[in-house]
Design a protein around this ligand. Structure first.
Ligand code: KG4
Ligand code: ZN
Length: 339
């Protein structure tokens, strides 16, 4: 079954056609340039940009006929979600095709799925808005078993990058700078050291420590960090941020009867993080699954993949008119739609 999927939950306008895990097309229009100057996503600007681009991405993605339409209903920015939902309803009605409503986080969870993944499995979602370990009993049935107490990992990397004057979003820029840095040059703390059993992530302490060091360096020099200082701080911050993710993941994986780890979300684009997770998996004799290139950050193909499993079970929206945005949708409530 071919599904046209639409995703407008944040700052990417996306459409894709997916058949099972086969991707026919995957179009992403990134609004990053529009939000850059504000240091974060501005909902009203996102909404307007989605409205301007939605027809373009859908038309570009439409490389073949489809049997159903899918759309992200949440979580995300309410007025941004609305744009994709309106378009999906319009097309489903016009073509007389069924509509599938999808949870954005389930899309990230399933973005690296292959037929070899065995359930129950664990999923690690690391994005700009989420840092969660999700126990997947089976596809569609999820329980969040570790979440962040403050910032999400991507958000934290973005803030660190900003302190170093690297622009927005900073995760990828921080990764580049870190390559040439000495992670041990500055005393940055490992978050929640020795508290891994609490199964929680926290990045506020690391952020505060970074802020202090940056200020001290700036005050004691010529008001500007040197290139080497930036590289060392980027490397140190990334090192501690990732060490923390790996330690909490490891502890959690040991506590659950799983052998497979699915990783998704924008931060999984980071090579160093993937390397460390792969090393951890080898040590624990786990299989770790990463999304294909282009499926880390927000995209509609992952929404189409998740929609495919719902469609297989006939879980279409009975009343298209009633489909509405769910800005605070929770992944652990997805299964209720599926029973
Ligand atoms: O999944 P995503 O595109 O959007 C959300 O659903 O939030 O994730 C965006 C986040 C941003 O914080 C961005 O800085 C981060 O992913 N990111 C990276 C890299 N590429 C994107 N973080 C670290 N290394 C990267 N290469
Ligand atoms: Zn996302």
């Amino acid at each position: 079954m071919k599904i046209l999927a639409i995703e407008t939950s944040c700052d990417e306008t996306c459409a894709a056609i997916v058949e099972g895990t086969k991707i026919w097309s995957n179009v992403v229009w990134s609004q990053i340039d529009l939000h850059k100057g504000f240091g974060g996503v501005v909902p009203s600007i996102a909404k307007r940009a989605h409205e301007e681009k939605i027809d373009w991405v859908v038309n570009k993605a439409l490389v073949t006929d489809v049997d159903a339409v899918a759309v992200t209903v949440g979580p995300g920015l309410a007025i941004a979600l609305e744009v994709g939902i309106r378009k999906a309803k319009e097309l489903a009605s016009k073509w007389n095709k069924p509509l599938v409503a999808v949870n954005h986080i389930e899309g990230h969870v399933l973005s690296g799925l292959t037929p070899e993944v065995k359930f129950p499995a664990m999923a690690l979602v690391v994005s700009g808005g989420h840092t969660e370990l999700i126990y997947a009993e089976k596809i569609g049935q999820y329980k969040i078993v570790a979440r962040t107490m403050d910032d999400a990992l991507g958000e934290s990397l973005d803030k660190a990058a900003r302190m170093l004057g690297l622009g927005y979003p900073g995760g990828a820029m921080l990764e580049k700078k870190a390559e040439g840095g000495n992670a041990k040059a500055y005393p940055l703390p490992l978050p929640m050291k020795g508290r891994e059993t609490e199964r929680a992530f926290s990045y506020s302490g690391l952020k505060t420590a970074m802020w202090r060091i940056v200020n001290q360096l700036i005050n004691s020099s010529v008001n500007q960090l040197s290139e080497q200082q930036i590289k060392d701080l980027a490397a140190g911050y990334q090192d501690m941020a990732f060490k923390h993710v790996v330690r909490v993941s490891k502890k959690t994986l040991e506590d659950f009867p799983v052998k497979d780890l699915l990783v998704g979300g924008g931060v999984a684009a980071n090579k160093e993080l993937r390397k460390r997770l792969a090393e951890m998996a080898e040590e624990l004799r786990f299989s770790v699954w990463f999304p294909a290139k282009g499926l880390y950050g927000d995209n509609a193909a992952m929404v189409g993949i998740a929609a495919g499993y719902k469609a297989e079970k006939g879980l279409y929206e009975a009343n298209i008119d009633a489909v509405d945005r769910e800005p605070r949708a929770r992944i652990d409530e997805v299964f209720k739609w599926r029973e």
